[in-house]
Design a protein around this ligand. Structure first.
Ligand code: NAI
Length: 399
């Protein structure tokens, strides 16, 4: 038995030797995957020691699947159907960065994966690791998990370009049928549509609240721009409160849960001034995009932040390095594998192997605290470890 399965009660059933597909990714993908895989295997082996007969108690069976350049070279397609099928079948996967060629009309592979599997929650825990340089005086006060809605908002890609017959039709419709008078320059406007639904908002906010309760975190904050966009962003806020009152009345009453909201621009101030006021934040897609980078930057972790895209109903989850393919340093042993390592820790926690996840995070923290860094974070290049040497250092801390 090697398949992770979603049970009828909504929890994952995970065998001791689950098969987990991985996409190495483009650019530095190969470097960081090789390093990370060694760390993952060492972590699992240390957390779940084998029998005296030499058998592992738990072990991940890594299944290589293709996407990006490797897929194009081997199959002629960037995202082969077999890759999607493997992830659909195995539920949980991990990936390195994938290149999105600019201006070739090609869809981002990352976006395609999210859409195909309806991975509606983009989850990004942001915390500070001592030893990492940060622009804040007290970066350790930031410990926030972001739940960004992944399927709606302007990312639906519903847009018409200025000057086309299509945009003219949309503008005519708005002006003549909908009574819209406020398009300032109707002859040279592009138009975009922003769908935000109750279902989409509720499933994201429910995931954020469930995560908060499971981790004994009290504060769930709805971040929105409802003062300007009353029905879309304002809907997100209102549906969030209604959901909390309807489904989490007990937790609200006994103080395990407190739901509040903040306007997105104020949020960007508050995370700098009072980051300790936030535990879990739920955001619409575009606000979540901005906030993710701002929060990662304030703990100095823009290159080492982990991420996951999850559908909590089907169980499908893709854990990923959040940086790009770094073509400038690919194949040179300079890449920092920490983003993928921490994404792997999220994966281990997601499948319920929390002892392994904790060990991995602590080992990485110990490496940083002892001044062991790859070149991007090292004080000088002569102090820097190569990608593989850094992985070896982390493995030493695991043991
Ligand atoms: P990038 O993140 O690849 O690189 C920006 C800078 O950060 C570069 O100087 C790079 O050397 C450095 N860097 C990034 N990751 C690093 C690591 N692990 N260790 C050390 N240094 C690191 O962003 P860029 O240049 O904008 O994008 C390059 C390609 O990556 C594009 O094709 C883009 O579409 C793709 N991309 C893919 C993402 C994904 O698969 N999730 C996310 C972001 C970009």
């Amino acid at each position: 038995m090697t398949k992770i399965r979603m049970t009828p009660d909504g929890t994952l059933s995970v065998p001791d030797t689950p098969e987990i597909p991985y996409i190495e990714g483009d650019g530095i993908g190969q470097d960081i995957w090789e390093a990370s895989r060694r760390v993952f295997d060492a972590t699992v082996a240390a957390a779940y020691p084998g029998t005296p007969e030499g058998e592992d108690q738990r072990r991940i069976l890594w299944r290589r699947v293709l996407a990006g350049h490797a897929a194009l070279a081997e199959t002629g397609e960037s995202l082969p159907a077999e890759t999607l099928e493997a992830i659909r079948e195995d539920l949980v996967a991990i990936k390195g960065p994938l290149e999105t060629p600019v201006g070739q009309g090609m869809r981002s592979l990352n976006v395609a994966l999210r859409q195909e599997l309806d991975l509606y929650a983009c989850v990004r825990p942001v915390r500070y690791f001592p030893g990492i340089e940060s622009p804040l005086k007290h970066p350790e006060l930031t410990d926030i998990t972001i739940f960004r809605e992944n399927t709606e908002d302007i990312y639906a890609g519903i847009e018409w370009n200025a000057g086309t017959p299509e945009v003219q039709r949309v503008i005519d419709f708005l002006q003549t049928r909908m009574g819209v008078t406020k398009i300032r320059f109707p002859h040279s406007s592009s138009i975009g549509i922003k769908p935000i639904s109750r279902e989409g908002s509720e499933r994201l906010i429910r995931a954020a609240i469930d995560y908060a309760l499971a981790h004994s975190l009290t504060n769930v904050t709805l971040v929105h721009k409802g003062n300007i966009q009353k029905f879309t962003e304002g809907g997100f806020r209102r549906w969030g409160y209604e959901l909390a009152e309807r489904e989490y009345a007990d937790a609200l009453a006994d103080g395990r849960l407190a739901v509040s909201d903040v306007i997105a621009d104020n949020f960007l101030q508050q995370i700098l001034l009072h980051p300790d006021r936030f535990d879990v934040v739920a955001l619409t897609n575009l606000n979540g995009d901005y906030a993710s980078d701002a929060l990662a930057a304030q703990v100095g972790g823009i290159g080492i932040s982990p991420g996951a895209n999850i559908n909590y109903s089907s169980g499908h989850a893709v854990f990923e390095a959040t940086h790009g393919t770094a073509p400038d340093i690919a194949g040179q042993g300079l890449a920092n594998p920490s983003s993928l390592l921490l994404s792997g820790a999220m994966l281990l926690e997601y499948i319920g192997w929390s002892e392994a996840a904790d060990r991995l995070r602590s080992a990485l923290a110990s490496a940083f605290a002892s001044g062991q860094f790859t070149r991007d974070l090292a004080p000088s290049s002569s102090d820097a470890l190569s990608t593989q040497d850094f992985a070896d250092a982390v493995i030493t801390h695991i043991r």
